[in-house]
Ligand binder design. Sequence first.
Ligand code: C5P
Length: 399
Amino acid sequence: MGALTGKKIVLGVTGGIAAYKAVEIASRLRKAGAEVHVIMTREATEFVTELTFREITGQPVSVDMWAKVTNFNVEHIALATLADLVLIAPATANIIAKIAAGIADDMLTTTVLATKAPVMLAPAMNTNMYENPVTQGNMAELRRRGMQLIEPASGHLACGIEGKGRLPEPVQIVQEVMDFMTREQPLQGRRIIVTAGGTIEPLDPVRYLGNRSTGKMGYAIAAEAARQGAEVLLVSGPSNLPNPAGVRTVRIQTAREMQAAVEAEYGEADAVIMSAAVADYRPKNVAADKIKKSDDELVLHLERNPDILFGLGQQKQQQVLVGFAAETCNVEEYAKKKLTKKNLDFIVANDVSSKDAGFAVDNNRVQLYFRDGRAEKYPLMAKAELAKVILEKVAGILS
Ligand code: C5P
């Protein structure tokens, strides 16, 4: 049994000089046990013939969407549905741009647009094309959508220059495919609700009370939970961040809207991670018209918002509950109090008064306090890494 036995892989081959290496990729995938269906772009057929791939894979090869498919009793979307993985190797700057733009003008781009399977790309092109900000931007967009990009190698390129842009060796590409297909997904099948960003509470039709939370921590947790196989609902206050790949994202504004969105799915949830900075108070009266300046002083009356997490703690059954405590002093003492009061499994505490961590930056420095009294202290780390730590603890409690 090969590592890829039973897996159906659609191999997209595009028109770069490295297209010949795709023959060895197809062969190695097959040897690893995969069923390989090749889709070539028209340009790729200038470099390698369809016949080569048909012989190697033992399957029909698709090129032209409109061609009569006689021995292949499926319509053109079928490969998109059948695939466990779509691998494009080599991927030219052109196909990367087309996928980033959502163009579907041939069999390969149509399949990519129609598939729900993971997509991996191995970019290979001239160094200048690779380094061009347009290409870099397109690759960033594909990554944001959850596609996997295999880093090109550096070396002597067919166009005569030295630099980055070579297709890695087929053995390496197939290894990346195997690593990806056999990766651990500790949160597979788990339902996780993540809240992120700050809530905003209207004062009048123009103004609101808000806070400095950007949503970075919660978005990182939601994205990582989805990568680890969870079904994720992200309930987010206003944030400039794009919806994370593979995550159902609901955007709300006020604390009460956040509460409604979370409670609607709480019963079925396995875990709730409340990283949102929820406003504790809201203006008591929301003015119907814009408040005019008149006196030297303006007094605002605020009333308490619901404490969402406290409410969840009271109704807690199977759910693992994780809270955040952003403090400017006495971090440990306050965090431990909240852990108990809100009936949490653990709390992530950080000192938001330090400049290099906390709000609006990519790093965080935290302590975790658990309900059994354990405490763990972490050094400054990227929020993406911290997301992994938090989810590892959640998975541990769930298992
Ligand atoms: O009590 P404090 O606001 O510091 O607690 C922080 C934790 O409680 C965070 O996880 C936050 O998302 C949550 N919270 C909440 N509803 C509020 C205030 C905070 O769920 N109204």
